[in-house]
Design a protein around this ligand. Structure first.
Ligand SMILES: *[C@@H]1O[C@H](CO)[C@@H](O)[C@H](O)[C@H]1NC(C)=O
Ligand SMILES: *[C@@H]1O[C@H](CO)[C@@H](O)[C@H](O)[C@H]1NC(C)=O
Ligand SMILES: *[C@@H]1O[C@H](CO)[C@@H](O)[C@H](O)[C@H]1NC(C)=O
Ligand SMILES: *[C@@H]1O[C@H](CO)[C@@H](O)[C@H](O)[C@H]1NC(C)=O
Ligand SMILES: *[C@@H]1O[C@H](CO)[C@@H](O)[C@H](O)[C@H]1NC(C)=O
Ligand SMILES: *[C@@H]1O[C@H](CO)[C@@H](O)[C@H](O)[C@H]1NC(C)=O
Length: 806
């Protein structure tokens, strides 16, 4: 016993010595032997991994006496904890200790000697405890067998090579700066699929992968029951349900972690050596409001434009430091049981789940009556999906806003509730760039404040006059009382995410890389593209932007938005240059030419390749429109902007340029790059507001051309009348054939060069999607998300057909 104490004293001495001289060359890693202990009081009482990247010991929250036995990254600027033994049972800052007992158990005791945590290694032959370079605390026997490891008991973080298996889960922290368990989990479901699940005191629901789609559409499988997932040391996350994720800075030598943050989002972080700060290199949800339950009861997650929690009219925040506590009513809730109620409409907002009754078809009037007459009903959601659908809600949970959600929630409030003073909240929300595009084109802004106010007052008095039940039409956002505390800082960090490969280049660097702009690859409305090789050997395409983009202060802000966009069907942007009058973009180099070269030339794609290009392109556009951090309209979808990689996977180029050029002010040269004749939706000419549906139109033309194998847009022909003719006559002929009900109509429209080698079902689907995409009325065009869904369903069909059709 005495010898062991001496030993530990000696180790402690070494440790103190090591720290006081701050020697970086320590080879002696520390280990604990039976009988040793670590004390909460000893400032130097730590275990470190041999390479000093992880430290294990006691840690407290700032200004508190609550301590945890934890492992953290040694070199990050702020202590980043990857594991705690006593997550929900902190110990006292005096007298607590971790003791490696003579019987082989490691125990953590509080000041009163109660055992707070212990390992299950009693009566084994464990001899030492040490922290490995991977961040794993292990107990080993003299033969080096691992008998216990912290990797088996993850908290909120998964380190490279730590496996997440059947019965393990990652659980988020409760709030920022807390180590306690929160409400969001990552684990395998009983159907073998890895999911993010929200388990709040009020509700439990899964939110990733998208619960509206089935397993296969989400790119997962449920047939592999091994249920194992891990992050490898290159930054790839692989799971037995076929999920594969690549960190944006994929490669060796970078310290990473995968953490489920307290806001419910799952992220991969990389440590930046030079600053000790973390960068997000992947995250599960681009839109933080997609996390179910992030804002608590009665609260709504809104974009303003950063995600925040907000209380609806008649409600106020319960606990400003904790949004999980949600909002509470400012009125006496028993008033809702009477029929003296009215409804407040909040557009584009929904409370997920808790439907007392879903009825369709139903009129808005009847839906309101159903809610008013049922005392359990607190709100109803009403949307038109072909016909009116009425959702009657018994609880206001999982509130979130989706700017393009075509429905409103109507919240029940007492008749006597006075409207609060309206406050101006929605400055310029950047949704999709569409609001901005509208302004530029000169239509009235969606968020124009004054006229709506007049309308509201009018309607309000009208309704008040009507008496009993009123529907107050309230304009988007009026009633949201934003609170500064809002959503978690890590969400904001998500908005600042810049992948580490995205950097600012000097003009000299790019001049050198392109050999003084010698090798021109192409020329377009927005600029000229040159081939280049960076000093690290990467092949790049450098685009010199035209004058439209010059002299704009916001250039770098916009560019970093675009730099964050990362999807396998979009060309990656590695960086940019903004120096004096020069504006350049640095893209990944795609070597297999653009789609037009593979479609209209003598060498042409097979059917399988065409279908894959159609799906990939749709996925890329859907990502731009619906998923990325700030939604983007491409504005120039055409075969020339769809590049194909070595495997003929499409990658969309030139997205985000419309966004960059919008800053020029009203009536600026937006028109110059606003699209390409033949692929341009009619609303361009009609001066209607530009929405994501212009891309849907362009996409429609492209897929019809892919089926047909010839240009339908005929944009090379100068005469405008001709242009329209090719597409229009095609559309007319197809529609006629379909109407006639011929069962083999599609054969005559498919590229004859394929010699009949195509899947009829897929061809029919493509033509039908194409036709709906080029509808004159943009409201009749589908969204890119629904196009993806339709195509994916049809992709499955093809696999069945493969054997008998080709
Ligand atoms: C301790 O628990 C871990 C994880 O539950 C298990 O793998 C290990 O076999 C256990 N060890 C002993 C000695 O029971
Ligand atoms: C199931 O997943 C594991 C881990 O990814 C893999 O090793 C195994 O081969 C898979 N099994 C089948 C039947 O695909
Ligand atoms: C991840 O990278 C690998 C190459 O290492 C590639 O095969 C795979 O398609 C990538 N996955 C995604 C989702 O980008
Ligand atoms: C960061 O530091 C580690 C260890 O000091 C080193 O191996 C790695 O190459 C460095 N990474 C970068 C990107 O500089
Ligand atoms: C709410 O109103 C009911 C009936 O009018 C009353 O009995 C109750 O005390 C009120 N509750 C509060 C908290 O004011
Ligand atoms: C929903 O309401 C309709 C009309 O009141 C009623 O016929 C139906 O049974 C209700 N459904 C449920 C599940 O309560």
């Amino acid at each position: 016993m005495r010898i062991q104490n001496l030993q530990s004293f000696y180790l402690l001495f070494l440790l103190v010595f090591f720290f006081s001289f701050n020697s970086a060359t320590s080879e002696s890693h520390l280990q604990l032997r039976r009988g040793d202990s670590l004390s909460v009081e000893g400032d130097q009482d730590f275990l470190t991994s041999p390479d000093n990247s992880f430290t294990c010991g006691f840690l407290n929250l700032e200004n508190s006496n609550a301590y945890w036995f934890a492992i953290w990254f040694t070199n990050s600027k702020e202590k980043t904890v990857v594991w705690t033994a006593n997550r929900d049972r902190p110990v006292n800052g005096h007298g607590s200790k971790v003791h490696f007992r003579g019987d082989g158990t490691m125990i953590l005791t509080d000041v009163d000697d109660t055992v707070v945590w212990q390992t299950n290694t009693t009566t084994t032959d464990v001899a030492i405890a040490k922290v490995l370079n991977s961040g794993n605390l292990v107990l080993e026997n003299p033969q080096g067998d691992n008998l216990w490891q912290s990797f088996d008991f993850p908290t909120d973080t998964l380190l490279p090579l730590q496996t997440l298996t059947k019965n393990k889960r990652l659980t988020s922290a409760l709030r920022k700066g807390s180590y306690g368990s929160g409400y969001f989990n990552l684990n395998f479901g009983s159907d073998n699929v890895l999911r993010l699940i929200s388990d709040t005191p009020d509700t439990s629901s899964n939110y990733w992968p998208n619960p509206d789609f089935n397993v296969y559409i989400n790119g997962r499988t449920n047939y592999n029951s091994s249920r194992v997932a891990f992050l490898d040391d290159m930054g790839r996350f692989l799971s037995s349900d076929q999920l594969q994720i690549n960190a944006s800075d994929m490669g060796y030598g970078i310290k990473r972690r995968m953490t489920i943050d307290y806001d419910g989002n799952l992220r991969i972080y990389s440590l930046i050596n030079s600053t000790g700060l973390w960068e997000i290199t992947w995250q599960a949800l681009g839109q933080s409001c997609s996390v179910r339950g992030v804002c608590g009861r009665n609260a709504v997650c809104v974009y303003a434009p950063d995600p925040r929690c907000a209380c609806p009219p008649g409600f106020e925040v319960t606990d400003p430091s904790d949004w999980n506590a949600g909002c509470k009513a400012t009125f006496n809730e028993t008033l809702l049981r009477s029929r003296q109620v009215k409804f407040v409409e909040i557009p584009h907002v929904d409370f997920y789940g808790f439907d007392l009754n879903t009825t369709s078809p139903l009129t808005l009037e009847a839906c309101r009556e159903m809610c008013a007459s049922d005392f359990r009903c607190l709100a109803f959601s009403y949307r038109i999906l072909g016909q009116g659908v009425c959702f009657v809600k018994s609880a206001l949970l999982n509130g979130y806003e989706t700017p393009d959600f075509p429905a409103s929630i109507y919240i029940k409030v007492p008749n006597s509730l006075q409207p609060p003073n309206p406050s101006i909240l929605y400055e310029s929300r950047r949704m999709c760039g569409s609001a901005e595009a509208e302004q530029i084109i000169g239509s009235p802004s969606m968020y124009d404040f004054v006229p709506k106010r007049v309308k509201w007052i009018y309607i309000y008095s009208f309704c008040a006059a009507l008496g009993a039940i009123e529907i107050t039409i309230i304009i988007l956002g009026w009633w949201f009382l934003f609170r500064k505390h809002g959503i978690p800082a890590s969400v904001e960090a998500g908005y600042r995410m810049i992948s580490s490969n995205f950097k600012r280049y000097t003009y000299a660097e790019l001049k050198k890389a392109t050999n003084n702009f010698k090798n021109e690859l192409g020329r377009g409305g927005s600029g000229t593209v040159y081939m280049g090789v960076l000093s690290d050997g990467r092949e790049v395409a450098v685009k010199k932007l035209g004058d439209v983009f010059q002299a704009q202060d916001e250039y770098s802000a916009e560019i970093s938005t675009i730099g964050k966009i990362n999807h396998m069907n979009l060309v990656r942007i590695w960086g940019f240059c903004s120096e004096r009058k020069h504006r350049l973009l640095v893209y990944e180099y795609i070597d297999n030419l653009s789609l037009d070269k593979h479609l209209f030339d003598s060498n042409f794609l097979t059917w399988k390749q065409r279908f894959a290009v159609a799906i990939g392109t749709a996925k890329g556009l859907a990502y731009l429109h619906h998923e990325c951090l700030e939604w983007v309209i491409h504005c120039d979808v055409k075969p020339e902007n769809i590049l194909l990689d070595g495997e003929f996977q499409p990658k969309i180029a030139d997205f985000g340029l419309a966004k960059l050029s919008q800053r020029g002010g009203p009536g600026s040269e937006f028109t110059r790059i606003r699209g390409t004749k033949g692929y341009m939706a009619p609303e361009w000419a009609l001066n209607h507001p530009i929405t994501a549906k212009v891309d849907v139109y362009g996409y429609g033309v492209v897929i019809l051309e892919m089926v047909r194998g010839i240009r339908l847009s005929n944009w090379e022909v100068a005469d405008e009348y001709e242009n329209e003719a090719a597409l229009k006559s095609f559309v007319r002929t197809v529609k006629k054939k379909i109407e006639r009900g011929s069962s083999v109509w599609v054969e005559s429209f498919v590229d004859p060069r394929l010699k009949g080698k195509f899947y009829r079902k897929q061809a029919e689907t493509l033509v039908q999607i194409g036709l709906s995409c080029v509808e004159e009325d943009r409201n009749k065009r589908p969204t890119m998300a629904s196009v993806v869904q339709t195509l994916l369903e049809c992709e499955d069909d093809a696999e069945v057909q493969i054997s008998d059709n080709l």
